[in-house]
Design a protein around this ligand. Structure first.
Ligand SMILES: [Zn+2]
Length: 435
């Protein structure tokens, strides 16, 4: 075989884990290609080939040897709040008191650019340490918090989706902005950041209770006049739902509040969706909207158990969210383990392939980014992680006992944390390494 003259600048060698098909549709969805190389150039995957062949075809291309490691697409965290990083693991509150006691005071600090930049940098570094290459986040209602986020993400060439939180009522004055002002600010952010490099702006009403009807209408207008995603919260907690219906008595259920303001469609991403009626599920399905399932957050705040298998069977696109700060960490493996436990409690357990799907390829689909990220395939962006399945004594013991790839993967998801993430690459550039 003749050497190829290409743009290849890096070969990463290891065991490539990828999906043959959607694990929610058919079994036996995973394949592990042992001793293969990911060939990278200009930030994208150029080829996946057996390592021996790749050495012959691209002899001049530098190689990073991760033999014995699993190579996966970078993980996608479909829901989180970067300004809440410093209040993770705060004790004792359910959703509404949590917002009042912990969230709103902390978010009020983000009118300071330096503080916002520091927190954005910390959050993004923690993402990379945990193998998350695409975070989807809420900022605060301060434009500075958005600027700080996108500047940091662009400097890292990290794909991200973020938005200024829209709030014009029912929160401390320090977090409220007139709806006309907020609309102008978000329009300016879309102009400046949306589609610039790897950055995307999401229209981000916090949830219906903290926006007036006028503001929800503004958000619907933005959704109709741009190609931005819309992210918000839906049906997380019974007290929240009662409050929503008292604020919007003209609506028969929570979803209708968003629906009646033009916020329900295929670019809608709702966090939680735990306590939905059959009618709400049917309307979500018909709209093509997606749900970010945040099991560690739901358990932490005692919000309830999301019916993941039922919703997947109903045809709702799903992704996973660490939901920092109600979710206690950016360890997305722990989020997968909590998703398993929540589904197990409902006698409808998700399997390892399904759990990984929700943090990679499935998540990319919910974000309409499947042409860019979410799987290892020639042409896609080279966001990659290398997992060391023997990173700890416990992992190694369990890994060697596994009789199949799926069994090994399940054990890794249940036992893994940032020590398992040996390296993370963004668009082919190594960001961190534990070696
Ligand atoms: Zn949230």
């Amino acid at each position: 075989m003749n050497p190829e003259k290409t743009d290849a600048t890096l070969r990463i060698t290891g065991d490539v884990l990828r999906f043959r098909h959607n694990p929610f549709e058919r079994e036996n969805a995973l394949e592990l290609l042992r001793d293969h190389s990911l060939v990278i150039g200009k930030g994208r995957l150029l080829a996946i080939a057996p390592a021996v062949e790749a050495r012959h075809r691209w002899p001049d291309c530098p190689e990073q040897d991760y033999s014995g490691h699993w190579l996966l697409p970078g993980l996608i965290d479909a829901h989180g709040h970067y300004p809440q990083l410093a209040i993770t693991a705060s004790w004792g509150a359910a959703l509404l008191p949590w917002l009042e006691q912990y969230t709103f005071p902390e978010e009020s600090r983000f009118d300071q650019g330096e503080y916002a930049r520091d927190m954005a940098a910390r959050y993004q570094r923690l993402c990379l340490q945990n193998g998350i290459t695409t975070p989807v986040v809420f900022c605060t209602s301060h434009p500075l918090s958005v600027q700080a986020w996108f500047e940091q993400a662009e400097a890292r060439n990290m794909r991200s989706i973020a938005g200024q939180v829209l709030m014009d009522r029912n929160a401390p004055d320090t977090l409220l902005r007139e709806h006309e002002t907020a609309l102008e600010e978000v329009q300016a952010q879309i102009q400046q950041w949306h589609g610039r490099g790897r950055q995307q702006v999401a229209i981000t009403p916090r949830f219906a209770a903290t926006s007036s009807r006028e503001q929800l209408r503004d958000a619907g207008w933005l959704m109709a006049h741009t190609d931005c995603l819309m992210q918000t919260h839906l049906s997380e907690n019974p007290d929240e739902i009662r409050w929503m219906l008292s604020l919007f008595p003209e609506c028969r259920d929570y979803l209708e509040i968003y629906e009646s303001h033009g916020l329900l469609g295929p670019r809608s991403l709702f966090a939680h969706g735990i306590h939905l009626s059959d009618s709400e599920v049917a309307r979500l399905r018909a709209s093509g909207a997606a749900i970010a399932h945040c099991p560690s957050s739901n358990l932490f705040l005692g919000s309830g158990l999301f019916a993941a298998r039922h919703m997947a069977d109903a045809g709702i696109p799903l992704a996973l969210g660490a939901d920092v700060g109600a979710g206690p960490s950016l360890n997305l493996f722990a989020v997968m383990a909590r998703a398993y436990e929540v589904s197990r409690l409902q006698s409808a357990p998700l399997n390892a392939a399904q759990l990984l799907w929700l943090a990679t390829e499935g998540a990319a689909q919910t974000l309409k980014l499947e042409a860019h990220i979410g799987r290892l395939q020639a042409g896609l962006e080279a966001d990659i992680i290398a997992l060391n399945p023997q990173a700890t004594e416990n992992l190694a013991l369990r890994y060697h006992r596994a009789e199949s790839e799926e069994e090994a993967l399940f054990a890794l998801l249940c036992l893994g944390d940032d020590r398992m993430v040996a390296a993370t690459w963004l668009a082919g550039e190594q960001q961190q390494s534990q070696r």
